[in-house]
Design a protein around this ligand. Sequence first.
Ligand code: 4NP
Length: 162
Amino acid sequence: MTEVSSKYKVLFVCLGNICRSPAAQGIFEHIVRENGMQDRIEADSAGTYGGHRGELPDRRMRNAAMYRGYGLTHRSRQVSGLDFLDFDLIIAMDDQNYEDLMHLAPSVEATHKIKRMASYLTTHKITYIPDPYYMGLDGFGLVLDLLEEGCGNLFNAIKAEL
Ligand code: 4NP
């Protein structure tokens, strides 16, 4: 018999699924574990572009994340319309990801699952998570700062709803 997951499922989405979204997944999973909620909340990540399919996160992001205690082991995959059935919440890193997800959503109801990561920021005044791929190493640190704050607030918002 197929087991239907009763966990709350969050999908983080960026362009390549090798920098921002796997980092968000790793940080969010860390918070979930710290709070002992692994049996209630689950996370995954994906990219709107499938060209990095099967790859580990970018080495620069893995190193920057490891320095803060997050081991990133996700393998890149492309987001699909089926993800809208599987996940409760789909978090876009920037405006282009948001627009691409809105087009991919199979129904109007499904579009309501899409939120911007930046909408969970409180102290940082920025409306998107910048793509660090062509930035220097400082860019990776900035992205991790943003994701740590956003994931913390996102976790608290979900926990309050469960
Ligand atoms: P991400 O960064 O969307 O945060 O994973 C990127 C990674 C790869 C590419 C673009 C953005 N790329 O064009 O290959």
